[in-house]
Design a protein around this ligand. Sequence first.
Ligand SMILES: [Zn+2]
Length: 701
Amino acid sequence: MPAPFLVIPQPQKIELLQGDGLSFGKLAVLEKSGEFNRPVMGPILSQLTESFHNGSGKLTLEIDKTGMAPASHEGYVLTIIKGHAEIIASGEAGLFYGCQTLEQLLEDARDFQTPIPACKITDAPAIPYRSVQIDIKHHLDHMNVYYESIDRLARYKINAVIFEVEDKLRFQRQPVVAAPQSISIDEMAALTRYARERHIEVTPLVQGLGHATFILKHEHYAHLRELQHNRWAFCPLDEGTYDVLFDMYRDAMDATPGSRYLHIGGDEIGNIGLCPRCKPTADEKGELSLNLYWLKRVCEFAGENGRVAIFWDDMPLKAAGVYTSTWNSDVDLEQATKDWESGRPILEQLIDGFPKNCVYNRWNYSMARQPGNIFALDWYRDNGLKTMIATAAQTGGCLFPIDDRDLGIASHGIAAIRSFNQLAAEKEVDGMFCTAWDDHSPHLETFWRGFIASAEFSWSPEGRTLDEYDNAYLQKEYGVSFPDYTNLYGMLRKGAAFWEKALNWEGTRMDLENALFDLPGLAHWMPPKDPDAPVKTDFSDRLIELPDLQGPGSWSKTYGKRLEEAVTILDEYKYTSTTMDSLYHCSTKNRYHWELYSVMNDFQVMAPRLLLALKQCDVKDRAQQLAGAEKLRNTLTEFDRAWENLQIVYGKTRFVSYPSSYVPDRYFHFASQREDLTWMIQVEELFHQMINEWMDNNQLR
Ligand SMILES: [Zn+2]
């Protein structure tokens, strides 16, 4: 479309026609041709009446009988000419999407006071199942946020939401699992119906064999643990496991009436094959046989209940020795080819034992074109197995999601989303799932750039460049144009990355929970080396030390590089804070986004400020030391204010603390360490206390 018109996702084909187009405010009438329900429409089109006014602009909706519309039931042809619009589609979803496109064009016509040019848009998605994750593992947003999210996703033609409910669904058949603040089954069912009217299918994700601490933390279920001291995994050969899981699945299906799928998780299973019941089987037939036994049982259950199971594909790929090749950048083409040459026969053998009526969820968050990942998609296709790719709206961050795009094969954020969707479309994969993990519980609003990118590129993989996408995203979401956005975002993310590690002597604050449990890296699902060892509860030894004023200057030297970075970030903060302030004021919609980003930015900048105040103290001169101490005290006060503001703004859309009756989970995840938002500032709590003591000891008051 000629400027200023933008539609997300980019339509597949646009032809400009001769003649007048359509001005804002000229459509008045809706005419339906055929028997179907009026689609749910956006704020502009929902104004149209179905009574006839002669001479006014008319929107005609028609179910195709002539083969003119794309074959996909989601495809449509939208024709705009001489003050009228017409949408022809082979299904109701197509009519709905045609209306969404027209709504976006009318918004631009209104905002830019420019008529939509006469045109014909022929459109259909590249990937049929396009889903995003709402992960409520460690927090809940206000219920209206989920309803608004459905509207926002539908606008961009996302057609499924995978709700990872964990303990936030009020399970009726296993009420012990349900958290006190959980969403009732009826409420979730109402949301599911609301979503269906907007052509979005809600799929529940209930983790099973592993990732089960939210169930097995309760003493009530302790007898079902594979290992008594480990709440991670169920015993796969205990029939009680299936009684509990099937009850939970039944509740989850009741909460999502009419949906086709049931996501059963199934990743990162460890800690099995160890109990007296399972060990002989594991010794004789291998641990995989236990995984498979569980998988068969739950897939059968899903099938009997009219659902298709979706599960993470770690299991078969690991067993065939090809898993690493799908994500590890150290595995080059030559190595991946070798791995797959030896792995394919194993997979072929294994796969006979795998259920067929299910979907294999293939994740890659950074390197879609990794040779092993390509081989995996090819292998699924050649063997007629259903696959769904999984991208990520964020990976690992707590504040601003990571977004890099210049690292060749490895990139994160929207570049990775684009790349994996392109690959999936080439390989004719059926589904896309944009994950939004709650491990470090980032604010839901921070996922939207990724969510909308996944909508864009799963519908139209080759349509836009990343810069073109950002430009369209800013116009559609906030009604602003801002060419320096990538640079701004890069600075915000740099500040967040600095905050994550600023006060630790090594690693990031997110590594600390691993330190707490003495679990390095991703070994969290493996059996603890010494189950009787006490859980570590103090990690002050992981933080940097404070300046030694007996030897002034040496601290500043040790942390010289960090302090230089702090100066850069404070300098960039001047730009980021004023720019976001102006974006807030210029935006015509969703100002909350900039309000949130501003408080996050104000919060994270406290870390470099604190370090530079310490540097000012780290000198010989007593007067200078006292001036530094003054600055230090001010920074601590400012921190309290920034932290308070962050909680207030978070609290506008999410519940920031759990009810007191909640049974703590203490997952290895960062966000499950506390029952309120203070898990975010565990490092500050300790470090600020250290500073106060240090000021006392050095008479800096
Ligand atoms: Zn067992």
